[in-house]
Design a protein around this ligand. Structure first.
Ligand code: AMP
Ligand code: TRP
Length: 329
């Protein structure tokens, strides 16, 4: 059955392998059988200080990688959040239905704000999940594939939509977060107790890294005591992370990967992981370079903005009417 599927990525840094495994590689799988909206959450990138040029370049890069990963602008709507003003509009309206208490409990807000001086915590960082809820509700999304860390935000979106519907009738579709069982949390290679993240480059594999650098990073990945290649998150976080990466990229189960390496030493196992990672990223980089050279990015963005606006504006109009504002349609 066709579903409406939506997801997005914040252009705050260089894409890393965790983004690919936890998000990008799954997006194109949906597009043949569903109505798919994939966007860049560029307004969200402003919630922490970011250099304008870096933001601009990251945005282009992510569009190019979306296409390199197989997203097809003729099948999916690919767009920039900031080019569809309805996101800001719905975000403003929804803000009135979100409570300070529930917003203060958002793990990501607590984590990110704890690193800042209290006087310099932007309001946007606090209201971030409300804008994210608007992103989802505008397109009547049913399925929202995200990494584990975003589950709480999608749940807040559900709560807001239910609260709104309870008061105004059946306005919003209630979304469900979908988290892939394996690969939802790829860990850093230098500290496998920490998530691989585009904002903390140490121990990360970036999609734009030179292949020789990637190989080196994998070969020097932190491993664990013992010598068996076995999945054990508690006692062998490093090996478990590498097994996860390997099985995701090979599209096999962890158990199948374990069997494959039953008589391997860590060094040979790492070499096999490096081979598959370099093979995958090498192919992505080739396509990425072709896409940048073809100059189609602006066209894709313009097409996406028109398609997305049409649906998003319909939702905003419905919401405006429901709350007693003048809808435009
Ligand atoms: P972010 O880089 O936090 O903007 O995340 C973009 C998407 O990639 C979200 O769906 C994340 O949950 C996912 N993601 C980010 N880092 C990882 C990781 N280390 N492992 C798996 N998924 C990730
Ligand atoms: N908050 C998400 C992240 O940091 C990005 C995002 C913004 C998103 N809006 C969304 C993801 C809507 C899914 C649906 O990764």
């Amino acid at each position: 059955m066709e579903h409406i599927v939506l997801s997005g990525i914040k252009p705050t840094g260089q894409l890393q392998l965790g983004n690919y495994i936890g998000a990008l590689r799954n997006f194109s799988k949906y597009q043949d059988e569903n109505k798919v909206f994939i966007f860049i959450a560029d307004l969200h990138a402003l919630t922490l200080p970011i250099d304008p040029e870096v933001l601009y370049n990251n945005t282009r890069d992510i569009i190019a990688f979306y296409l390199a990963c197989g997203l097809d602008p003729n099948k999916a709507t690919i767009f920039l959040q900031s080019q569809v003003p309805a996101h800001a509009e719905l975000g403003t309206i929804l803000g009135n239905f979100a409570y300070m208490g529930e917003m203060s409990r958002m793990t990501q807000f607590k984590e990110k704000s704890s690193k800042l001086n209290e006087k310099s915590i932007g309001l946007g960082l606090f209201t971030y999940p409300v804008l994210m809820a608007a992103d989802i509700l505008l397109y009547n999304a049913e399925t929202v594939p995200v990494g584990e860390d975003q589950k709480q935000h999608v749940e807040l979106c559900r709560d807001l939509a239910l609260r709104f519907n309870h008061r105004y009738g059946d306005i919003f579709t209630i979304p469900t977060p979908v988290i892939s069982k394996v690969g939802a949390r790829i860990m850093s290679l230098s500290d496998p107790t920490k998530k691989m993240s585009k904002s903390e480059p140490k121990g990360d594999i970036f999609l734009k890294d030179d292949l020789a650098v990637i190989r080196k990073k994998i070969m020097s990945a932190v491993t664990d005591m013992g010598s068996e290649v076995k999945y054990d998150k508690e006692n062998k976080p490093g090996i478990s992370n590498l097994l996860t990466i390997y099985s995701c990229l090979k599209d096999i189960t962890i158990e199948e990967a374990e069997k494959e390496f039953v008589s391997y030493r860590y060094g040979d196992f790492k070499k096999a992981v490096a081979d598959v990672v370099c093979d995958t990223i090498g192919r992505l980089q080739e396509k990425y370079n072709e896409i940048l050279a073809s100059g189609i990015i602006d066209e894709v963005i313009a097409k996406g903005a028109i398609e997305a606006s049409k649906i998003a504006n319909e939702t905003v109009s419905r919401v405006k009417k429901a709350v007693g504002l003048y809808g435009t349609k």
